[in-house]
Design a protein. Structure first.
Length: 328
């Protein structure tokens, strides 16, 4: 151990996700358990630049484990991308006696932490918080499981309407660069087709699949689409294309949007957040820095931040095969 850490800062940055509050709670209480002070930094790196800090103790995080979003708020900070902004942030941390940071967020948040570490040799540990599950070094990011449950619940409701009116529904879910939500929720909700960025299905194959569904006796269909899917410019153009080529279908579009990022975290996300928070603080106390804590083979492991940022989370090929079989 290079030096004894007495005060740790915690912040949430980037998009919010269910489970962030549970992670904040875990960090604060693990600090208290080890007799370390904990400082909450509001509005991510922007709050660091503005010195928006608050001391946090075990009782300050009562009754937040069940809440979505983040009590520490989140904000994008263009100023932190400048040397001057990071200098202000470091000056504020030094003045407050903060000696290490736990950063809860995604790629952008980890990149900011890595740059800050290189400039000021400031200990950083990352906790992955994003519903997209697109960070290398963990099988589950905070909020992913909750988002899946939300999407499946909504698709179940949409199917009731689809069946009642013999309609085809395109349901767009989040996933600009990764299809994890679409693939898993699509299988879980029994979708007839799943479109993801990692696999270019092609318009012809989509039409062929829908025709087969029709011929097999299906009177309604659900197609789940990740927002980053490349098959059409957007889901509404896809709707128009299918209606032109298959006029027998009455096509509707549902864009689920930000409802996927809200709501009370699932039990899985609450437990994961608790485990990752403990590991993050204890890793700092062991003198470690520039790592992300994540879940691998159901164990909490460390992955170098640089690897977590540059690596790519792979889509599960076996799940793709399962999806193909289930749409028969």
């Amino acid at each position: 151990m290079s030096k004894t850490i007495k005060k740790i800062g915690v912040l949430t940055s980037g998009g919010d996700s269910p489970g962030m509050n549970a992670a904040i709670r875990s960090v604060v209480r693990t600090c208290a358990y080890h007799n370390i002070e904990c400082i909450g930094i509001y509005r991510g790196y922007q709050g660091m630049i503005e010195g928006d800090f608050k001391e946090m103790g075990p009782r300050s995080v009562n009754n937040i484990i069940n809440k979505g979003g983040t009590i520490l708020k989140s904000a994008r900070s263009k100023e932190f991308m400048t040397e001057e902004g990071r200098k202000k942030a470091h000056s504020n941390l030094s003045a407050a006696g903060v000696e290490a940071l736990v950063v809860i967020g995604g790629d952008g948040s980890f990149t900011g932490g890595l740059v800050f570490n290189k400039e000021y040799d400031f200990p950083i540990i990352g906790i992955p918080g994003t519903i997209d599950n697109d960070i290398f070094g963990t099988t589950h990011t905070l909020g992913y499981d909750t988002a899946l449950n939300t999407v499946v619940e909504v698709i179940d409701k949409i199917r009731d309407t689809a069946s009642s009116h013999n309609r085809l529904f395109f349901v767009e879910v989040m996933g600009r660069d990764a299809g994890h939500i679409a693939l898993n929720a699509g299988i879980g909700a029994g979708a007839e087709e799943i479109l993801i960025p990692e696999e270019d299905l092609g318009l012809d194959r989509l039409l062929e699949s829908l025709r087969k569904s029709k011929l097999s006796g299906k009177s309604s269909s659900i197609v789940v689409i990740a927002e980053g899917d490349k098959i059409g410019k957007n889901v509404f153009e896809l709707k128009d294309y299918v209606e032109e080529n298959m006029p027998e279908y009455d096509v509707r579009v549902s864009v689920l949007g930000h409802m996927q990022r809200g709501g009370a975290p699932s039990c899985f996300d609450r437990v994961l957040a608790s485990r990752l928070g403990v590991k993050a603080v204890e890793s700092i106390l062991e003198g470690k820095s520039n790592y992300m804590v994540g879940l691998l083979n159901d164990k909490v492991e460390l992955t170098p931040l640089e690897q977590a940022i540059k690596g790519h989370s792979q889509i599960d090929r076996e799940l793709l095969r399962v999806s193909d079989i289930m749409t028969t």
